[in-house]
Write a protein that binds this ligand. Sequence first.
Ligand SMILES: CCc1ccc([C@H](C)CC(=O)N[C@@H]2O[C@H](CO)[C@@H](O)[C@H](O)[C@H]2O)cc1
Length: 818
Amino acid sequence: MFGLMDGFLKNDSISLQKDILDHVEFTVARSRFNFDDFEAYQALAHSVRDRLIERWHDTHQYFKKKDPKRIYFLSLEFLMGRSLTNSVINLGIQDQYADALTQLGFDFEVLAEQEGDAALGNGGLARLAACQMDSLATLDYPAWGYGLRYQYGLFRQIIVDGFQHEQPDFWLNFGNPWEIERVHVSYPVKFYGTLKEEVLNGKKCKIWIPGESVEAVAYDNPIPGYGTRNAINLRLWAAKPSDQYDMESYTTGDYINAIVSRQKAETISNVLYPDDRSYQGKELRLKQQYFFVSASLQDIIRRFKDLHRNFDEFPEKVALQINDTHPSISIAEVMRMLVDEEHLDWSKAWDIACRIFSVTIHAVQPEGLEKIPVDLLGNVLPRHLEIIYEINHRLMEELKKSFGQDYDKLSRMSIIEEGAVKSIRMANLSLACCHTVNGVSRVHLETLKTRVFKDFYELWPQKFQCKTNGVTQRRWIVVSNPSLCSIISKWLGTEAWIRNVDLIAGLREYAKDPDLHTEWKNMKRVNKMRLAEYIETLTSVKVSLDAMFDVQIKRIHEYKRQLLNILGIIHRYDCIKNMDESDKRRVVPRVCIIGGKAAPGYEVAKKIIKLCHAVADKVNNDPDVGDLLKVVFIPDYNVSVAELVIPGSDLSQHLSTAGHEASGTGCMKFLMNGCLLLATADGSAVEIAEEIGAENMFLFGAKVDEVPALREKGTTLKGSLQFARVVRMVRDGYFGFKDYFKSLCDNVEDGGDFYLLGYDFASYLEAQAAADRAFVDQEKWTQMSILSTAGSGKFSSDRTIEEYAEQSWGIEPCKCPF
Ligand SMILES: CCc1ccc([C@H](C)CC(=O)N[C@@H]2O[C@H](CO)[C@@H](O)[C@H](O)[C@H]2O)cc1
């Protein structure tokens, strides 16, 4: 019965029909007798939004009444994707809506396709934040997400002649029904300016006279939990010109300038940085980080002060989670607010900061850690630089007590990095303050302890915790794979697994059951058909459903080794070309699907995308090969494309050089959908093998602890003959663009091969051959597929969030009763 009577809004089909038509007329402002699919979608979305708002209000009224300790999740990126289907499923009224639309002559699925993705993030870190918001809501935790409302999300990837081109993603073009503009929730955010000292009631204190002020306006995005009344809030800030400026210029009649400077203010939250590699220490990036941090902290402290006077209680009521070091300027901002504005003394303020902050690191390589040039920080945020110097001074004093004059260690642990460009190490600032430092997989945490943050681990081992990533089964099974969802509920005899995914292990006892096998294979075939249609529409390549759908979809990076996949495809193609008809009859047909965006300035990654297209053109048009091998690059990979591709995949590839993928979360989504994994023993793949049994996946390649030594060997490391042959084919222009691909070949030969493609090639081909052998035995394969789903419970973001809540944040669920 849950969902029928929401609050005041009724959820029976008739009421829904009425509400939708009312929104057509009064929100979309189209006649209720003549509106198209997009307008129907907008009206539908607004009717769902009404029900989200109702729950949002009840939840926040209840939080206000109970005043529980809250968790504030600060992230510069949230990759939300589409909201419609997920919202109606979490509200528990999907069937009612499907019926209401049918009555109105529309198909829910068709309207759902009208929605664009909210792509306010780059990749893993950003999508993880979105999955975690869904779990925080579903588990009834009193949580808030804070981020930036970019006008332009992650660029759209357009492929022209095999080359990636970026197009701006103006996703707000037709408005956004899933957000509520809170014009009254706005805060001034200051930049630049100077500092002066003043004596206030006998105490010397610093006054920051800012040079510029921008207004931060809140946009609220209700996040509904599944199977609960709770709906929490994702508050995204947009920059608006603050009006204090204009008066000045108006008097001088210099109107245009006024408008231009007003425009400038808005640029802060305009565009998402599309590069998930290193940090270029850009001024706008720093201003984005401080802008959302300052607005969020003003909002958090305002909410605390509504009910509390004494900041001693602050750590009892507030936990602050920073998603990687991107929001770590918040540490200096909390110190500035507590010392300069609340007039707490330094050590009190620092004690509070150390009790409220925790950080999760998502990078593995030290060079991936963020550093901000001192000059830049000193110019944009002069008071914060001063505060960070003070924090570092006190840290160095403390370290000297433990390590005496060990200057190497002191300089490694210093927040200030001397050198050509004097910089602030935001990771060291985070480690000095945060009570918990999380790794995102067990292997990753080991690397942080033994390599990246070795000195800090030896000093504060208790701070280092593992929170292996997870993904939400609501979006990655219930929303994206409804036929699998009903099979699981049928065989488990309950839907309770959707809120308590450990129950999914109950499928294990049926792993050999022929009836389940039949249903399972049929489910996979239905999803493969949908994917095949999508591929044909997009690329006009016809693919056979009997082939193995072999998928690698993720951001394009050298360390993720899409190039290894492509060289493996060239090897497979070359083998088929040299086969006689009888041999060809034993080939397991493959459709190799690759998808992912390359950071705009990442030339090597862009060359890999082009090579993939060049190989596809050759292979897909070679009559000798026919349906035995097809290569498809899926353009503009995003959350919605993932929801279509993952359920239709047989095999997924996770090829990172061991020690380079902090965790990986795509692999978890494939696992939940019964897609077998071919992977290196890196990141979360190691824990997946423990959960499902290594015999149910295809592991290959050098291990994490072998890689450093192998790299030492460098030049002596010879790739296999097959490896040399396929690289030779590319180098000789077999796929054209000889000169353009030369550097790709140079990178993996002559002792370069930093990512060990040559070394791992032989075992990679063996793993691929093992996958072929397994696929031929469809009952064996289906059993492995069922055991994959059955063993995926650990990799739910519900488990991850429960660990954060208990081991790091110290928060309790606060379930809205009515
Ligand atoms: C622009 C700078 C920048 C740099 C790094 C990043 C992210 C940290 C990169 C990222 O998404 N890392 C991935 O995080 C996932 C979630 O924890 C992990 O599963 C992946 O292994 C990790 O690569 C974003 C933006």
